[in-house]
Write a protein that binds this ligand. Sequence first.
Ligand code: NA7
Length: 533
Amino acid sequence: MSTSQPAETLDAVIVGAGLAGLYMLHKLRALGLSARVFEAGSGIGGTWFWNRYPGARVDIESVQYSYAFDEKLQDEWRWSERYATQAELLRYVDHVADRFDLRRDIVLNTRVESAHYDEARDEYAVRTSRGDALRARFFIMAVGCLSSTNTPKFPGLESFRGAKYHTGNWPQTPPDFTGKRVAVIGTGSSAIQSIPLIAEQAAHLTVFQRTPNYSVPAHNGPMPREVEERVRANYAAFRAEAAQRGFGADFRDNPATAFSVSDAEREAEYEARWAYGGLGFLGAYADLMFDAKANETAAEFLRSKIRSIVKDPATAELLCPKTPVGCKRLCVDTGYYATYNRPNVTLVSVKDAPIERITLNGLVTGGREYEVDCIVFATGFDAMTGSLVRVDIRGRGGRSLREKWEAGPTTYLGVATEGFPNYFMITGPGSPSVLSNMLPSIEHHVNWIARCIDDLRKRGAKRIDARKDAEDAWVVHVNEVAHTSLYPNCNSWYLGSNVPGKPRVFMPYLGVPPYRAKCEEVRRNGYEGFAIT
Ligand code: NA7
């Protein structure tokens, strides 16, 4: 489109057709607004579109990881497994898009490249990779927290003659590892889910581990119908109750503290939670993420499990994390540790001998070359900010978001950032996002944003911008809360420490109930902390 043509004007442009973007579109339409979603992928689904690696599935039980906004949708959808696979989640997303006729306002295969705020018109001038030029009063990033993949810049990366894959950008046609020598780099959640399945196919699998992670068994299986029926019988109350929990999910939280019970009772509690499976392991005691000694009891329990499963003591020791449990996101697996008992699987620690380079035939660490046919990068994401600053977003005075956030993201409530009027982020840094059940957090943000836009319209207001003092106070508060916990005590993507050079700032907000209360209070007080004109 040439720049001389008048740009199409919409009420809102939304970036990303994942669970957040789809619901945002639905809500804005319900307000009678015009909105369009741009999506870089060739299909909708966001996380569930891109992360197709073997074993990819949600780590929160599906009855909790689903939209709550429409009762009929909730009633008609049935999950086949306790933890849905990526493929089933994608079917769910497709079903939602069809059911609410969302596709006609979604443009695929198109990246939004820039969004520049025009102060004279209170609009964003938006440009896409296809050459579209649009104008929109509201610009909404619904790009997800884990969508900008991180591939370490190993020397020689391009020289490798075999196939390279990233778990977060997996090919649509699944690669066949049969008879292949495969390297997996990384041992985060994506690696832990995929390694058992890759090992079943590959001739040999070598896992390159920098930091071991804790993992608890999923004990996945067909959705127990009695569980589903129990939840469904009172779904609204079940969800409301979960929203009162710290992570916004039902982890069967125990209000007791770890040392308020005997050693034997504590051990029995951990055993019961291990047997049940899933992230609820961390709900065993209220102080596990706040008291290092309490945490160590859970950590040691998990280490003892690793030692009991993995037969080779040296491998078991390498797999035992030394950091607090939960400080990096706890993983949920199916047969991860037992995979190291297979004769075709080798674990190589790159903690003290980092990967030096990639070669024509493999990779070099500790002065030794490991020859492989394929490399799987399970090396995670430039989390929470990567996809936001990848777009050239400019606010008042042409100020760029990328520059504003050079020393780390600053937001008000994780939904807005000062100097960028009418710009919203769904589950942005400074909101519970990745420290919560993502889907209810997405719905909460979308509802809040939609209501805000509607309130502005009713007031006849054209512009809303976070105030600097409110943003500064929020940033301090997010940090203070984080530092009451053990979360900032280890290198994790919550802190940005997985990406070299990224500022070390704790990004998510810890605590769903106080966060939601604050958002509600801000709204009730006429959007306190925002300037509205
Ligand atoms: P993660 O959890 O960030 O895991 C990435 C892994 O890759 C982790 O083990 C990293 O080690 C490792 N890594 C990263 N860079 C390197 C280099 N240079 N050398 C060796 N190893 C490296 O990403 P996932 O995709 O597994 O999971 C992301 C989230 O998605 C997960 O938490 C769930 O919420 C779903 P490190 O720990 O940094 O030493």
